[in-house]
Design a protein around this ligand. Structure first.
Ligand code: ASP
Length: 355
């Protein structure tokens, strides 16, 4: 649907100067904006209605709607996709990762901002964190409210993301996600609320920094191997192996674990209860699939916390992998990349600790 957008924040356009005082526009860092869709590019019929459609606003409109960002960087945009991130898929991931690598290799690109939906931003961010090969800032951003909403959060999130991508101190910190004034490491953040603007948390690893109207404060680097330090590469990769996630619950049987394997999954992540636990029946099914060569990982449906090896489950005996502090959706990203080549279970377990 290509409706004509009434962007409430477009209406508030002010005559922003093109460069910060004393800084010529041609001295500003060059930041490329790759747009993929999401609520940040979403539109509703009115500024106070909950129903809306993601991915309605193109990258040029996004850039035009935040002219203040041109004070921070010289910007140009490319449209990679325009979808709600609930529809994020391997085709877009591969295209996006390749484009980031191409752009990052160019001397006249200083940083990259990616606009994305909030639903799967943690997965895309973590995927890029593992496969892009650059120290230059790669910063994802998003919004919880569509561009047409009263108090839309997209413009300031975008402005802040540009501020981070244009900041030399953001380099070498892995792929970052900037939403609601917080700078998260892609490996650590998770969406924690369905509608609130303050939805993203980095529950175990903490924030990489904060950003206030484009002014950055960095606390630390990201935890876990990433970007140039990552062994994963998309060279020659045209498809990623199937890995499914099965949610554990009371009275669970092994049917969905078996169904995943029957559907062709090379790996199964169980979003376990507590410390990666599940019923005896589910565990039996999982161990049986592990014996047949499906890589089976115990993660957790709990919002935060590590899943350790051999706590209540004998991983050594059942040939299972513990997800350490990766939630199920991030465990799935890592396992898909890990399965691009043959590896022992011990090697895969090591990846979960290192990344
Ligand atoms: N469903 C939307 C998306 O992920 C939600 C958002 O962006 O906030 O694209």
């Amino acid at each position: 649907m290509n409706r004509s957008i009434r962007i409430s924040w477009l209406a508030a356009l002010v005559a922003a100067p093109l460069a910060a005082p004393g800084l010529a526009a041609d001295k500003l860092p060059n930041v490329v904006v790759l747009a993929t869709g999401g609520t940040i590019a979403g539109a509703a019929g009115s500024d106070v209605q909950a129903a809306y459609t993601s991915g309605q606003v193109g990258v040029e409109q996004l850039l035009a709607a935040v002219p203040q960002a041109k004070k921070l960087a010289s910007l140009r945009g490319e449209q990679i996709s325009n979808i709600g991130s609930q529809d994020m898929n391997d085709e877009v991931w591969l295209k996006l990762a390749r484009r980031v690598n191409e752009l990052a290799a160019q001397a006249d690109v200083d940083g990259i901002v990616i606009t994305h939906g909030t639903d799967t931003i943690e997965e895309t961010g973590y995927f890029l964190n593992l496969v892009v090969k650059t120290k230059k800032p790669v910063v994802l951003t998003a919004a919880m409210r569509p561009s047409t909403a009263l108090s839309a959060d997209g413009p300031l999130n975008f402005f802040n993301a540009v501020g981070v991508a244009a900041n030399k101190d953001a380099a070498g910190r892995g792929v970052l996600v900037v939403v609601n004034d917080w700078i998260h490491g892609a490996s650590s953040l998770t969406k924690a609320n369905t509608t609130a603007v303050q939805t993203f948390l980095s529950p175990l690893r903490g924030l990489v920094g904060t950003v206030n109207y484009g002014e950055c404060e960095f606390y630390r680097g990201p935890v876990g191997r990433n970007t140039l330090d990552s062994e994963f590469s998309l060279d020659g990769v045209t498809a990623l192996p199937r890995v499914d996630i099965v949610m554990a619950h009371a009275n669970m049987d092994g049917a969905l674990v078996d169904a995943a394997a029957a559907a062709g999954a090379k790996g199964v992540i169980v979003a376990g209860v507590g410390n990666g636990n599940m019923t005896r029946a589910a565990l039996d099914a999982l161990a049986a699939q592990a014996k047949k060569g499906v890589v089976c990982v115990r993660s957790t449906r709990v919002a935060s916390g590590r899943v350790g090896r051999n706590v209540e489950v004998d991983d050594d005996k059942l040939s299972l992998v513990a997800s350490d502090d990766l939630n199920p959706q991030k465990a799935r990203v890592l396992l898909r990349l890990a399965l691009l080549k043959p590896r022992s279970l011990a090697d895969i377990q090591k990846l979960f600790v290192e990344y």
